[in-house]
Design a binder for this molecule. Structure first.
Ligand SMILES: C[S@@+](CC[C@H](N)C(=O)[O-])C[C@H]1O[C@@H](n2cnc3c(N)ncnc32)[C@H](O)[C@@H]1O
Length: 279
């Protein structure tokens, strides 16, 4: 662990954020995290490569969404610990295409928040929030940062598979966000992956801060009911996600994470797609 910022607790229990950090090749993890991550890798040797592709997807899709829709507000929920990993973060990718955009980070893990505050200056706010409590996020005392009357981009990268009722989260976002908002989502899928591998990875997370729920592609697609999934590319392996087909990473069969961007419909014609424009 390089910097625990005084939050040196819970060492004995693996956390989803620090397991992910280990899979990414980061140094901000403890023995319990490394043991769980190694158990995941025994079931799915491609897990580190897919974790890195997931992080690339998050930045690529979020920056596409702000550029293509002219949105200047991004809420990144479940931000993880990825500083020091040589892959551009969500906030860096967003600022590359929209330097004035405000990116606000939420996580339910105080250790993640401490790292983000210390090491990710690109965030325009790092706040405690649980994705299962959307009122707590969008009515946060620092909510001046978040104007739900205007379209925003919400990033849910590799988070909803840690949530039992992911449908309730998406329904809640649909009720709260302005039309024209975009959700960028990635999720571990059981589709086209052997039951043994899925079972092994699920078991590895059992003692961690949250269990993992692998869902089928059909179940993940259904999370976007009431949203318009951006097609192409639709819901695809994260390493195949790009709107213009310009990005194509290697596919892996031992573990799959799929991603999509989905737009909340309901805007008047002519209001959408303002490339590079501010709202
Ligand atoms: C696998 S990491 C993904 C990090 C980042 N989004 C990415 O894709 O690179 C999952 C993150 O979600 C956070 N998380 C898990 N459950 C959460 C919840 N209920 N509310 C908010 N954050 C949560 C964890 O603390 C962790 O930081």
């Amino acid at each position: 662990m390089t910097a625990d910022n005084g939050l040196n607790r819970d060492r004995g229990r693996a956390s989803t954020a620090r397991i992910y950090n280990y899979l990414l090749g980061g140094k901000d993890n403890y023995e319990a995290d490394r043991e769980a991550a190694e158990e995941i890798i025994r079931s799915a040797p491609d897990a580190p490569a897919v974790a890195r592709e997931n992080l690339r997807f998050a930045g690529r899709a979020a920056s596409w969404a702000v550029a293509a829709h002219g949105i200047k507000r991004v809420v990144d929920i479940g931000v993880g610990i990825s500083h020091g990993v040589p892959i551009p973060s969500v906030e860096t990718c967003v600022h590359n295409v929209a330097p004035g955009a405000r990116v606000v980070a939420f996580d339910h893990d105080e250790v993640v928040l401490a790292h983000a505050r210390a090491c990710r200056p690109g965030y325009g706010g790092v706040l405690h929030g649980d994705v299962t409590d959307l009122d707590g996020i969008f009515d946060h005392p620092a909510a001046g940062l978040i104007d739900t009357n205007r379209p925003m981009v919400v990033v849910l990268a590799a988070v909803l598979h840690f949530i039992g009722d992911a449908t309730a989260v998406m329904d809640g976002l649909r009720e709260r966000l302005a039309p024209g908002s975009v959700v960028v989502l990635s999720h571990a899928t059981s589709t086209d992956t052997s039951e043994d591998r899925v079972g092994g990875m699920t078991k590895a997370y059992e003692g961690a801060s949250s269990p993992i729920n692998f869902r089928s592609e059909g179940e993940i697609r259904a999370l976007a009911l009431g949203w318009d999934i951006v097609t192409p590319p639709g819901l695809v392996d994260v390493q195949l996600w790009s709107v213009d087909g310009s990005y194509r990473g290697e596919l892996y069969e031992t573990v799959r994470v799929v991603g999509m961007a989905a737009v909340l419909p309901g805007r008047q014609q002519g209001q959408g797609h303002m490339p590079g424009g501010a709202r």
